[in-house]
Design a protein around this ligand. Structure first.
Ligand SMILES: Nc1ncnc2c1ncn2[C@@H]1O[C@H](COP(=O)(O)OP(=O)(O)OP(=O)(O)O)[C@@H](O)[C@H]1O
Length: 364
C-alpha cells in the first residue's frame, strides 16, 4: 500500500490555477524528488502536503488517513527549508529540542532524541554553539536534526542545499542519502539540481506548469523519457535534438531523412510500423550517443566550444542546418574549436512524434 497518496490535487490562487490535477503515490521509505522549471509548482505542492498551503481540490492521504484539510500539526510531517529557520539566540541543542520542550516531552527523552539526531548528523561537538557560530552546512544539519527528533511520518525538503557552495552541496547530498538509508523514512525533496535529483531519488516526479509530465526512477526518465520536455529536462548536459522526416517504412525499419544528415538513416524496431511517410519526427541524442567517426559519418557538425572536464571532454557543436549538438568524448585532443567534426551514432537515437511524445521502444 502506498504511504503517501496524492489524488488529483489542485491549487488555485484567486482565479489562477497553479496545480492542475496532480496525482502520484510514494511507498513507505521511498525518496521522491520533485523537479521542474522555476514556477512549475514544486514548492506549492510540497506546502500542500505539509498543510502550510490549503488544497483547493483533490485528496492527500498519509498512511491511509485523509489529511487533505488537516492542520499541519496533525499530519506528522517535518519540513526542512532552504533558509534553515533557526532561532539565533538559542544553542544548537535548544534549537533541536525546542519543539519537544513546547510539547512537554520528558527531559530525559528530549536529551536522548537530541543526542541520537546529533550522532546521525555528526554535530555532537556543536551542540553548545549558537547558529551564527556555524557554517551553512552545519546550520542545515541542525535544521535537519530538528526534523529528525520529531520522528515524522514524512520528511519534506524544500531545496535544502541551494544556499550552500558547490563543495558543501556535494558533501551534504551524500549526507542526506546516508540519512535516508539510516532512518529509512519517506522523504519528498524539491530541487533544481539535476545531480541531486538523479542521485537521491528512488523516483522523480517531473512537473511542468502545474501538471505531472512523467513519474519514474532516474534511470527510467533518462533512458525512456515519455516526451520531448522530459527528454530535454532530465540529463546534464542536455539531450540534443535534430529535425527529421520519415521517408519510407518497410517491415521493421524506417528511413529517416534530416537536413543535418548526409544521407537518410535507417532506424529499426517494431514501433516504426506506426510511422507514416512524410511524418515529421524529432531525433534525440544524449551526449554519449554520438561519437567521432571519420570512416562512416552520419553528419558533420562545426565545433563551437570544447570543455575539458578532466576525465572527459564535452564538445558543443552545430549541425549544417543550425541545430546545437553536445557530445562527450574521453579524447581531449578530439576536436579543435572551429573544425568540422564527422559524427556517427553510438546508440540508436530516441524518436519523438510531432506531438512531442516518444515513439521509439523503451531501452533496457
Ligand atoms: N501565495 C501565492 N499567491 C499567488 N500565486 C502564488 C503564490 N504562491 C505561489 N504562487 C504561484 O504559483 C506558481 C508556482 O510557484 P512555486 O513556488 O510552487 O513554484 P516552484 O516550482 O517551486 O518554483 P521555483 O523553482 O522558482 O521555486 C508560480 O507561478 C507562483 O507565482
Amino acid at each position: 500500500m502506498s504511504f503517501l497518496k496524492i489524488e488529483q490535487v489542485r491549487k488555485r490562487f484567486g482565479a489562477v490555477e497553479t496545480i492542475k490535477g496532480v496525482s502520484f503515490e510514494a511507498a513507505k521509505g521511498e525518496f521522491v524528488v520533485f523537479v521542474g522549471p522555476s514556477g512549475c509548482g514544486k514548492s506549492t505542492l510540497l506546502r500542500m502536503i505539509s498543510g502550510l498551503e490549503e488544497t483547493s481540490d483533490g485528496r492527500i492521504l498519509i498512511d491511509g488517513e485523509d489529511l487533505t484539510h488537516a492542520d499541519p500539526a496533525e499530519r506528522h510531517v517535518a519540513m526542512v527549508f532552504q533558509s534553515y529557520a533557526l532561532f539565533p539566540h538559542m544553542s544548537v541543542y535548544d534549537n533541536i529540542a525546542f519543539g519537544m520542550q513546547i510539547n512537554k516531552v520528558p527531559k530525559a527523552e528530549i536529551q536522548a532524541r537530541v543526542m541520537e539526531a546529533a550522532r546521525i548528523l555528526q554535530i555532537e561537538p556543536l551542540l553548545a554553539r549558537r547558529p551564527k557560530q556555524l557554517s551553512g552546512g552545519q546550520r542545515q544539519r541542525v535544521a535537519i536534526g530538528r526534523a529528525i527528533v520529531r520522528k515524522p511520518k514524512l520528511f519534506l525538503f524544500d531545496e535544502p542545499l541551494s544556499n550552500l557552495d558547490a563543495e558543501l552541496r556535494t558533501q551534504m547530498r551524500v549526507e542526506i542519502a546516508k540519512l535516508h538509508r539510516e532512518i529509512g523514512a519517506t522523504m519528498i525533496y524539491v530541487t533544481h539540481d539535476q545531480v541531486e535529483a538523479m542521485t537521491l531519488a528512488d523516483r522523480i516526479v517531473v512537473l511542468r506548469n502545474g501538471e505531472v509530465e512523467q513519474v519514474g526512477s532516474p534511470t527510467e526518465l533518462y533512458d525512456n523519457p515519455a516526451n520531448l520536455f522530459v527528454a530535454g529536462f532530465i540529463g546534464n548536459p542536455r539531450m540534443s535534438f535534430l529535425d527529421g522526416v520519415v521517408e519510407s517504412v518497410s517491415g521493421g525499419a524506417a528511413r529517416i531523412a534530416s537536413p543535418a544528415f548526409a544521407e537518410p538513416q535507417t532506424i529499426s524496431g517494431p514501433f516504426v510500423r506506426t510511422l507514416v511517410p512524410g511524418e515529421s519526427v524529432t531525433l534525440g541524442l544524449r551526449p554519449e550517443a554520438l561519437h567521432i567517426d571519420a570512416g562512416a559519418p552520419v553528419l558533420t557538425a562545426k565545433v563551437e566550444i570544447t570543455e575539458n572536464l578532466g576525465g572527459s571532454t564535452l564538445i558543443h557543436a552545430r549541425t549544417s542546418d543550425g541545430r546545437a549538438l553536445t557530445l562527450a568524448t574521453p579524447d581531449r585532443a578530439a576536436a579543435r574549436e572551429g573544425s568540422l567534426l564527422p559524427l556517427a551514432f553510438a546508440a540508436a537515437p530516441h524518436l519523438f512524434g510531432a506531438d512531442g511524445k516518444r515513439l521509439s521502444a523503451p531501452i533496457g
